[in-house]
Design a protein around this ligand. Structure first.
Ligand SMILES: [Zn+2]
Length: 601
């Protein structure tokens, strides 16, 4: 049994999240965490909304609200959406808490004290008409490397290179088209080259990573440059150094503060749990947490932050880069065990795009369909290790042919037949080889499905669980218990139905990490009482250090099913089942396609 940190990517709070986002970080991390808890591990699953940075500042300006008001709005929307999906965060918080500010500043100071943060004078862009700083990504121009005309000041989407805005040819403001003016400004940089050796050694010791993630991460080490960690901006965490602390125009760069959220959320969770030091069991590299495991879940555009930058911050704070140093008050901190990155989900062959209406938001999805239908699609057909397309036709097909006709049908016919003939779970008589075989297939599923989820092969894992379902459906068809009606056949009917229900119960446990909402229902249909699949709840909390209150996602997940076969108890009363899954009318495909935007770009 281990302490397992599930560190889930932080959704950016500038708008509602669409299903592409949650297929990358949300559902896979929840499946993993639920399984690890059921298998007896001590899981801490944390995340929150990422709320600083220029996009939120710019959008707040456009909407005529403060950045905090904008972040409040979308923090709540995102919390409600993730709750609707049943994602079992121990704590889903936000980056605007005072706790987070204090911990970001502690890491900044520790890195600065150890010599890994250096000041430099650079060129910054300002708008000549307003005199305000023009953020990198709001400057557009021609890429000096590939000649692409729509490159942004922070990177070129055509060749993928990171850029500085003054490198762009023909630069102009994306806000009002004017030519930016470049002036000298002082900023702090993280000395990334000082960690190349330590990160390289750490990557060499990684096992079982998805090969593309490991290769991509290694390649990043070939050309590490010092990276700016402050910005000319009013919205963000203040720089905790004398002469800088009170400046209103300089803030810590949003990416630097957001990755520290994994640690600050863990500490916030511990402070709220009544044991403020409890976070160390997942984080302390030189004490009680040294054997802990840490898994980080994200889409592939975020790999660099988790396989290079976050390890660099942890190493630097722990005093383990080229210049050495001493650990700060948190002590030496654990590096990730594994960076679990998924690929991209596209929609009907196109990139998700809110402006072009090639999108479906989580909220709209959950108004029309069940959370488990989406969770099933993501697990069975999501972008686990290849870019994958979401199509409404495929969503409806998988829902109807696999969930409803496969799993739902097995549950429904085995329970209704038993309810009608016995009203309770019947006792089994002597078992035939066929009975033994199907029971063995279900039991074996615990090892195979569990091992696959543990290795982040969820597509194969749910495939194995659905294979148990298919075997059980075949068993029922072959044994045809509905024909065993005579007095003479009755004992055999009882045995077949007992065996079928036992396999339903086992398959339901195997599917619980993927389909927690319906797993609870199936458990209750089998006469179970209490919690089978624990769910998160939204709680309105006070800021621990005097800031404004906010909603968090949290829950008590120590209850519920274990990862094992539980023998059914004969005599448990059964009622006629209600359908667990909804069959979708094929006409929804046309309706949904009509909601999508056209081809204009
Ligand atoms: Zn380019």
């Amino acid at each position: 049994m281990s302490h397992v940190l599930a560190a889930v990517a932080w959704p950016y709070a500038n708008g509602p999240r669409h299903i592409g986002h949650v297929s990358g970080f949300g559902v896979p991390s929840d499946v993993f965490s639920r399984y690890m808890r059921m298998a007896g591990h001590d899981v801490l699953m944390v995340s929150g909304t990422d709320e600083h940075g220029t996009p939120i500042q710019v959008q707040a300006d456009a909407d005529g609200v403060t950045p905090r008001q904008l972040a409040d709005r979308y923090n709540r929307v995102i919390v409600e959406d993730l709750h609707g999906l049943g994602l079992s965060y121990d704590l889903f918080t936000r980056t605007t808490t005072r706790n987070h500010y204090a911990i970001v500043q502690e890491l900044f100071e520790g890195l600065h004290r150890n010599g890994y943060i250096v000041a430099r004078t650079t060129l910054g862009a300002i708008s000549p008409s307003t005199g305000r700083t023009l953020p990198d990504r709001y400057i557009e121009g021609t890429c000096p490397i590939c000649g692409y005309e729509g490159a942004r000041g922070d990177q070129c989407d055509n060749c993928g290179n990171q850029l500085d805005p003054e490198q762009l040819l023909n630069p102009r403001s994306r806000i009002n088209g004017e030519i930016p003016q470049f002036v000298e400004t002082e900023h702090f940089f993280l000395d990334l080259p000082a960690f190349a050796e330590a990160i390289g050694g750490w990557l060499d010791r990684r096992e079982n990573w998805r090969p593309n993630v490991l290769k991509f991460s290694r390649n990043l080490l070939d050309d590490l440059q010092p990276r700016a960690i402050t910005r000319d901006l009013e919205w963000g965490v203040p720089i905790p150094l004398d002469g800088w602390r009170d400046r209103a125009d300089k803030r810590i760069y949003v990416w630097f503060d957001a990755v520290i959220g994994y640690l600050s959320a863990s500490i916030e969770w511990a402070r709220r749990s009544g044991d403020p030091e409890a976070w160390r069991q997942w984080w302390s590299a030189d004490a009680q947490g040294k054997d802990a495991l840490g898994y980080y879940f994200m889409g592939k555009d975020n790999i660099v932050f988790h396989s290079v930058i976050w390890p660099a911050l942890l190493l630097g704070y722990s005093g383990e880069g080229d210049s050495g140093g001493t650990a700060g008050e948190f002590g030496k901190l654990n590096l990730p065990t594994e960076v679990v990155s998924s690929e991209y989900l596209t929609m009907e062959g196109k990139k998700f795009s809110s402006s072009r209406r090639v999108v479906i938001y989580v909220r709209d999805f959950l108004e029309r369909y069940d959370a488990d239908a989406l969770r099933y699609f993501i697990a069975a057909a999501g972008p686990e290790s290849n870019d994958t397309d979401f199509t409404w036709a495929e969503f409806v097909r998988r829902n109807n042919d696999e969930l409803v006709a496969g799993w739902g049908n097995l549950v429904n016919r085995s329970i209704s037949l038993t309810a009608k003939n016995f009203g309770e779970i019947p006792a089994a008589g002597p078992l035939t080889p066929e009975d033994e075989a199907v029971l063995a297939v279900a039991k074996a599923g615990f090892e195979t499905v569990g091992e696959l989820i543990g290795k982040h092969r969820q597509k194969a894992a749910i495939g194995e669980a659905m294979r148990v379902v298919a075997e059980a459906n075949r068993y029922l068809s072959e044994q045809a218990p509905w024909k065993l009606k005579s007095d003479e056949d009755k004992p055999r009917q009882a045995t077949v139905l007992h065996v079928a229900l036992q396999v339903v119960s086992d398959a339901n446990t195997l599917l619980t990490p993927f389909l927690p909402h319906s797993a609870q229902k199936v458990f209750e249909l089998l006469g179970g009482e209490g919690v089978h699949a624990p769910m998160p709840r939204i709680e309105e909390v006070e800021d621990l250090d005097g800031g404004p209150g906010y909603p968090v996602l949290t829950g008590d997940y120590r209850v519920g099913a274990r990862w094992e076969s539980v023998p059914l108890v004969p005599g448990t009363p059964l009622a006629a089942p209600k359908p667990v899954f909804r069959k979708l009318d094929p006409s929804v495909v046309e309706e949904e396609l009509a909601r999508l935007g056209g081809d204009e770009s």
